[in-house]
Design a protein around this ligand. Sequence first.
Ligand code: PMV
Length: 326
Amino acid sequence: MSALTATAIAHPNIAFIKYWGNRDENLRIPANGSISMNLDGLFTRTSVTFSPNLKTDLLFINGKPAEQVALRRVSRFLDHIRGLAKTDWYTEVVSENNFPTGAGLASSAAAFAALSMAATAALGLKLTEQELSRIARLGSGSACRSVPGGFVEWQAGTCHEDSFAFSIAPPAHWNLVDCIAIASSGHKSTGSTEGHSLAFTSPLQLARVADTPRRLDKARRAILERDFATFAEIVEQDSTLMHAVMMTSTPPLFYWQPVSLEIMQKVSQWRAEGIPCCFTLDAGPNVHVITLSSSAPEITSRLSVIPGIQQVLQATPGGPTQLIEQ
Ligand code: PMV
């Protein structure tokens, strides 16, 4: 039998209501639900080839063989898909990001969303969007949110079956732009998989989780009603709540750099001047400044001149993970 191959592309996403901490580490069942937007213009393109001639799994990221840790994580993930398709063929995975590597942009969401679609399609598994979202979650929690398009909610659920993401509005619903100020210091910080496992060592995590339904409702409603003022308030509060948990974990995790805080303060001033904008930060020092398309050029030029900012990327709401070749 000859090799089975497929290629898919997926966008990373930025969370407006964050996922931090799991109730089941293995299955990546999150402690709380989350809401995000896919990022158009940024993508991971992944080709997968299952072959009876391969003696082991192979993984290439941006043209280079991946480190052992990454290969082991991908192999374990592929074992799950091989189990579903009842095959023991090994796989060659070739993955390329079009965004700068080492810039501290989380790429695992796009990577596992694209890999889920390419691998299941190559093996002839016909899955619904919901099934694909669940599978992507097993590779990286936030990857389940890159499967559906536009504005997306991940319902936390309690087990594998009911923990998946779905679209709450299509990309064209709201002309938001994410202006991403790249402040990466280059040094490797604690990855999110390890970070999630520390979340409940913070005395603040239980309170954060208990309050999540309120934040989800507020953010969901603000998105559906395109109410930027309410959106800005809840997005900033949610980001800072997550970072408060990170900073008070054992051991503590400080992802902010001085320039991150400088931008957060500037964003408040810009908003007071009447420019619609708000900040949110993931597990790194980069600041995502969310604005409306009419203000994106102004925000981008203001961010670009801040010392310590290497680059500013812009992304509008992106579509779902897509199969491009089979
Ligand atoms: O999917 P993971 O394990 O890389 O976790 C993502 C964690 C954050 O980016 C900090 C928050 C989020 O909801 O995306």
